[in-house]
Design a protein around this ligand. Structure first.
Ligand SMILES: *[C@@H]1O[C@H](CO)[C@@H](O)[C@H](O)[C@H]1NC(C)=O
Ligand SMILES: *[C@@H]1O[C@H](CO)[C@@H](O)[C@H](O)[C@H]1NC(C)=O
Ligand SMILES: *[C@@H]1O[C@H](CO)[C@@H](O)[C@H](O)[C@H]1NC(C)=O
Length: 315
């Protein structure tokens, strides 16, 4: 679905961005100090959490490595200001009012390893949004109640991605073809979405993987397991066949048990008869004794064997 002119439009945008960026580098506003209501330390951590900010902080140190702007009401991540922070490794934007992430938002954050966009009001994620984040290891994007669309190739270029959490959004489908191809990915959180089973394709023969159906405990499972789990969940309509299968198998096992018990019983009785007969043939003097014994036990409770012995006595 990528159009040919898109990449060049993207690079043009980046070039314009860099020209603008070099122009503003001379401005002292962006290059020194610490933003209002934020705390900056010498470890290059800028902490602005819970400061009732409505806009992205200005005057951020250029070498910032960790930026925490969670628990505010920031409505937009301005690409220009953000892409100055080319050493940024950790960015926590959780619990804000972000509605949109554009293609150029993360254009220059090649060292970013952790990104948290949870508890915002995002509605859709486009194809190239996370493309430039070549070092991204963990992406948390949970609890965006209106987030109903993630482009099938949104994570295709995040080769370092290990943990992806898209729990508790409004997703009905997620094409996991490009996710499965990610070499480092080891866990995907999918719970709490209204996955639609009608759009479920996990047919390896046609190589289309679309995820649906998700129990609460699916967080942090290996993708392979997730696939299997989803397959089971989404085929719940076929459950009656499974039950029928189990009933049939159960009956077969029960019948086989009964038959083998009966056969064993018959064999034991015949064997006892055989031993008895053999004893009688070898030692005919004992006949009276054993007959008496049989008659004695006949008064007892062992009715199964006694009539047999009595019958033999009559021969
Ligand atoms: C979000 O931030 C607000 C303060 O802006 C805070 O009261 C609330 O508890 C936070 N919610 C979560 C889920 O962290
Ligand atoms: C979730 O998506 C459905 C359509 O798939 C939409 O009708 C509903 O309003 C969305 N929910 C929220 C909270 O945006
Ligand atoms: C899933 O995405 C891949 C490319 O990433 C595409 O080729 C495939 O057609 C998509 N499947 C569906 C069901 O949309």
């Amino acid at each position: 679905m990528r159009l040919a002119p898109q990449p060049s439009a993207q690079s043009l945008r980046l070039i314009v961005l860099f020209i603008l960026a070099t122009g503003v580098t001379t401005s002292p506003v962006l290059s020194s100090g610490c933003p209002d209501r934020c705390v900056c330390d010498d470890q290059l951590v800028v902490q602005c959490a819970g400061q009732h900010l409505t806009t992205f902080p200005v005057n951020l140190p250029l070498a910032t490595r960790q930026l925490i702007i969670s628990n505010n009401r920031i409505v937009e991540l301005p690409p220009l200001a953000l892409n100055y922070l080319s050493d940024l490794v950790y960015l926590d934007c959780s619990n804000n009012s972000l509605t949109e992430i554009s293609e150029s938002t993360f254009g220059n954050l090649r060292k970013l390893a952790y990104l948290d966009l949870s508890f915002n009001t995002l509605t859709r994620i486009e194809d190239r949004t996370f493309g430039p984040l070549a070092s991204l290891v963990m992406l948390r994007m949970t609890d965006n109640p209106g987030l109903s669309e993630i482009h099938q190739d949104a994570f295709a270029e995040n080769a370092a991605l290990q943990v992806l959490d898209v729990s508790r959004n409004n997703l009905t489908v997620l094409n996991i073809t490009s996710l499965i191809a990610l070499p480092a990915l080891r866990s995907v959180g999918l719970s709490g979405n209204p996955w639609s089973c009608e759009s479920f394709f996990l047919d390896h023969s046609i190589h289309t993987h679309t995820v649906c159906g998700s129990p609460a405990d699916m967080q942090s499972r290996r993708l392979g397991e997730v696939g299997l789990q989803l397959r089971t969940l989404c085929h719940q309509s076929l459950g009656s066949w499974d039950y029928l299968f189990f009933i049939v198998i159960g009956f077969v096992i029960f019948a086989a048990g009964t038959v083998s018990a009966w056969v064993m019983g018959v064999i034991m009785v015949l064997y006892e008869r055989y031993i008895k007969k053999k004893d009688e043939q070898l030692d005919p003097d004992d006949e009276g004794e054993s007959g008496g014994m049989a008659r004695n036990t006949g008064a007892g409770s062992n009715h199964a064997i006694v009539p047999l012995l009595n019958f033999e006595d009559c021969l």
